[in-house]
Design a binder for this molecule. Structure first.
Ligand SMILES: [Zn+2]
Length: 273
């Protein structure tokens, strides 16, 4: 990373976003309801440890010799956890078939998929728009086919938290596409409050901004306590720009800025510290 970019990130963090502290968090820590440890697993991949579950979203990395500080997983790391592994759709940047092998190697692990995937065997595919209980977590999925394949995205209730992961649910149009708006409205109506939102940041707003109208619509509607832009591997500096722009637009959220896979965040009392 070059000096100017690092400086830019620091400025953005001071005005708006939060970069994680390193801390000595590990997966076995005891957490309170409403608290979460969050690790970025690269691209759209995240691990959210709540007081009740280890939620893993769209992980595509290796499953040997895992280390959280590099954003990788392994059966050894996950042993003893109550794991819900959520996969939004079949694109290779969200799903790699080898991650399903974790089912045979981690005792308490359930796979939730956002579409009916014929070759995957024993997985949960929630019916659209219905809360589905999975190992004590509640999962709500809605579907779309914006990229001509069946896709889902997730709202998860666990440990007193509501967590939204967009997968590739996004829109470039202005105003935002009607199905997109309706889906976001349904998510907003489904819970009292969104604590954490992971939003794929795809594109510009009339070539002038980092957030597009879909991002703005999502944040205004969901009012997530914290938002993590994602889906920009190799261009992570855009996340700091996203934070700065969200602040200047007065959007009702705090933006978490990840620099790389393995970045850690601690969520507590509605904030990152
Ligand atoms: Zn994608």
């Amino acid at each position: 990373m070059t000096r100017p970019i690092r400086h830019w990130i620091l400025v953005a963090v001071l005005v708006s976003g939060c970069i994680a502290g390193t801390g000595d968090a590990d997966l076995d820590s005891r957490l309170e309801d409403g608290e979460a440890y969050i690790w970025h697993l690269g691209h759209a991949g995240w691990l959210v440890r709540t007081s009740e579950h280890c939620l893993i979203f769209d992980y595509t990395g290796p499953i040997e010799d895992g280390a959280l500080d590099s954003g990788t997983l392994s059966p050894e790391l996950l042993s003893g956890q109550n794991v819900v592994l959520l996969i939004s759709h079949a694109h290779g940047d969200h799903f790699k078939r080898h991650v399903l092998d974790l089912r045979e190697r981690v005792k308490n692990l359930v796979v939730v998929m956002g579409w009916q995937e014929p070759r995957s065997g024993n997985v949960v595919v929630p019916a659209a728009g219905e809360w589905t209980e999975v190992s004590g977590a509640k999962v709500l999925t809605l579907h779309h086919d914006f990229d001509d394949i069946p896709e889902g995205f997730f709202l998860v209730r666990s440990g007193g938290l509501s967590i939204y992961h967009s997968g590739d649910h996004g829109t470039w149009s202005d105003p935002p596409q009607a199905t997109f708006r309706s889906n976001i409205d349904r998510i907003a109506a489904a819970v009292e409050r969104i604590d954490i939102a992971f939003i794929s940041a795809f594109g510009t707003r009339a070539r002038t901004g980092v957030l597009n109208q879909g991002d703005i619509y999502s944040i205004k509607s969901l009012e997530p306590r914290v938002t993590f832009p994602m889906h920009c591997v190799g261009c992570e500096q855009r996340y700091a720009a996203f934070a700065k722009e969200a602040e200047s637009l007065g959007l009702p959220t705090t933006v978490g800025v990840t620099e790389a896979a393995g970045t850690f965040f601690h969520y507590r009392d509605g904030k990152l510290d």
